[in-house]
Ligand binder design. Structure first.
Ligand code: GRF
Length: 208
């Protein structure tokens, strides 16, 4: 754990924000030694921003279209994160791939959640991909972010059985319920345990 007091975390989102709410609720219950220092979206009308403001959390839109290129957009986001004193970044339905430069600005301090058991079904519509493939088990993954899409060392996974007759919405809803447990769990583990990354693997020190 870094110093005294809750660790300042930013949540980056593009949409609904249910994982933001789950993280915030777990922090409020004292289950994760962190606080949400900033909620940031690339979409002005992301419902997650409104949900953040309703909870009194600082929320900011930095729309992509206001910038000439990805570099300047990311520079504005990084400046906002620095201003807010953020130490960890949680991507929660943030629909942009971060540049290597952005990732290097928070080395091993950026998390993402994805609605499949990675490395299966990266990218968009992971639940639809899982149904289309006919898997019997899918789930969700929280991982450290590297510069590739839905890549990076895995922290927590939670499985979800696919039921006969599942459609995309039904499977997505059951996976989402597990996401809301997995994300706070992953952040808590990373903030309270000793760990290191070796190659693709994130290794928790036994007893640490
Ligand atoms: C989640 O399914 C997450 O796994 C994916 O985007 C969705 C975001 O949902 N990356 P929400 O905005 O947190 O409700």
């Amino acid at each position: 754990m870094s110093g005294a007091g809750p660790v300042p975390v930013a949540v980056l989102l593009s949409g609904r924000g249910s994982n933001l709410i789950a993280l915030h609720a777990a922090m409020t219950r004292g289950e994760v030694p962190a606080r949400i220092a900033l909620v940031l979206s690339d979409h002005e009308d992301a419902p997650g921003l409104e949900r953040a403001r309703e909870r009194g959390l600082p929320a900011l839109a930095i729309p992509r279209q206001q910038f000439p290129d990805r570099e300047s957009h990311e520079a504005a986001i990084l400046a906002a994160l620095r201003r807010a004193g953020v130490e960890w970044v949680c991507l929660a339905g943030y629909l942009r791939l971060l540049s290597p430069r952005f990732v290097a600005s928070f080395p091993e301090r950026i998390l993402n959640i994805h609605p499949s058991l990675l490395p299966a079904f990266p990218g968009l519509h992971a639940q639809r991909q899982a149904l289309g493939h006919g898997v019997r088990v899918s789930g969700c993954t929280v991982h450290l972010v590297d510069a590739e899409l839905d890549s990076g060392p895995i922290v927590v996974q939670r499985p979800v059985a696919v039921a006969e007759g599942d459609d995309e919405a039904a499977l997505a809803a059951r996976i989402l319920a597990e996401e809301h447990l997995a994300y706070p769990d992953a952040l808590r583990l990373l903030l309270t345990r000793r760990w290191r990354v070796e190659g693709r693997r994130l290794i928790f020190t036994p007893g640490g």
